[in-house]
Ligand binder design. Sequence first.
Ligand SMILES: Nc1ncnc2c1ncn2[C@@H]1O[C@H](COP(=O)(O)OP(=O)(O)O)[C@@H](O)[C@H]1O
Ligand SMILES: [Mg+2]
Length: 370
Amino acid sequence: MGSRRLSKASRASQDRVADANALAAETLGAVRTVQAYAREPYERGRFGAALDVAVATARRRIGAQAAVTAAAIVLVFGAIVLVLWSGAHDVVDGTMSAGTLGQFVLYALIGGGSIGALAEVWNELQRAAGGMGRIAELLDEQPQVAAPAQPVALPLPVRGEIRFEQVVFHYPERIDAPALEGFDLHVRPGETVALVGPSGAGKSTVLSLLLRFHDPQSGVVRIDGIDLRDTDPAQLREQVALVPQQPVLFAASAIDNIRYGRLQASDDDVRAAARAAEADGFIEALPQGYASELGERGSRLSGGQQQRVAIARALLKDAPVLLLDEATSALDAQSERAVQQALENLMHGRTTLVVAHRRQPPCCARTGSW
Ligand SMILES: Nc1ncnc2c1ncn2[C@@H]1O[C@H](COP(=O)(O)OP(=O)(O)O)[C@@H](O)[C@H]1O
Ligand SMILES: [Mg+2]
């Protein structure tokens, strides 16, 4: 019976460790989204809670294991007692010396058992030491983008004036090929500016620099006149909402996926954002409506539906600066028009940078739209 409990406890313990690992993998895989929504403390908390559960189940497993070990010891010692018992008869008959028999059996078993247990503990220690080395390495890792010791506070909410001044930037893996070379841009507060260009031109990179995922090698990026390098990235990112080129959804319910934009948003706020993003209809049609799980990386939705959930999330954030990176590229013409209308309404009163995707050649692009 004890061993059944042990196998159940072992299973549970492995499952909880797997849960914590899956959460870590998912969060790391979506790291840009986590950063864009300044959710690092929230994700730390979630992972911490998952680890606490894993540790608690591991302790239960160890408890069960101890019980099984105790039972085994009782059995072994019972066997020794039996041997001693029959040995004692021999001794009484005078065919054996009691001390020799007893000591031999007892010491051999205790000694063997202890060495076995020690070897196991030694293995565990080695494993833990290996893990600690890796953890120490990670803790020593210096982020490339960090808050300065005395960050300049942004005026909250920001007015949303954006400036790129002679920005040169190349990705660390691409020293030879700069993504931006002497890039200048001035966007006035409340203005909407479209970035148009062939793929690989550096449009998404411009948005990444605004969120301070990277710092330029030379030149300056400013919001409201403040060099982004002087700001606290978390505070900056609170002021900017991004709809990324590739929507990043989590293995969570529809409502939680949208609420990631503003954790304290009410259900009504979430629904309003979903309606504006034309996502309300298909979410309601899911088996459990807003409570439906969207699957790993939102795999239970089509590309266009994922994109609308990502738009709803960004709308919910309600930030003064809005960045749309080909935000409607995966939508069919009809929902695209509806979502565009919603986004255009939303652009009023905020600075918006849109990376345009064009179905038509440049000559025929609609005006007032993108
Ligand atoms: N994470 C990255 N690491 C290395 N190179 C990248 C990365 N992202 C983009 N690039 C490169 O930077 C250039 C600009 O990319 P990007 O800004 O994504 O272009 P666009 O959005 O205009 O299509 C491209 O040459 C691309 O290959
Ligand atoms: Mg791009």
